[in-house]
Design a protein around this ligand. Sequence first.
Ligand SMILES: [Zn+2]
Length: 183
Amino acid sequence: MADAEQTKVCPLCAETIKAAAKVCPHCRYWQKKWSFQNPQTTQTIGGILAVILIIGAMMGVGVFFDHLVGPKRDFAPYRDQITIINSTLGFRMSGSNLMVSVVGVVTNQSEFGWKNLGLEAQLFDKDDSLIDVIPANGDYRGVTVLPHATAGFKIESRATKKESDYASDKVYVRVAKDIRSWP
Ligand SMILES: [Zn+2]
């Protein structure tokens, strides 16, 4: 028979079948293991994709929780990269109290975002003597500065000297929190 060479033996059931057969007609065994028509192959690929998706989702959840409760960056090494680029003294009356304020702009040259900036203003007279301080623990906790960005700020406290005594100011960023901190 001319067709005799075009047969093979099914590796599963040992029946002689056509060489071109993809599925053994006797036992339904797939002759080619890796074929997209083979339901076993597509099930295996589907399983691998499902595992990858589950691992990805778990990593996403991990990153999310790390963002919330993971270790936070300490501000101290970045202190020199968060600087005041300008500031201006201002005054207003609040009832019978004179209030002294400083408004200005802070710039962040670090790669990281910072929030809850604690800004301290030292206030000087004409002779450059320190006469008053706006402390860094005030209620101006809203200043956030993104990486390589600037932010405006305003800090204020009750003046202990009369307006004409104040001549200049110098502002320092004393503390800041990692922008990922919660809250
Ligand atoms: Zn077979």
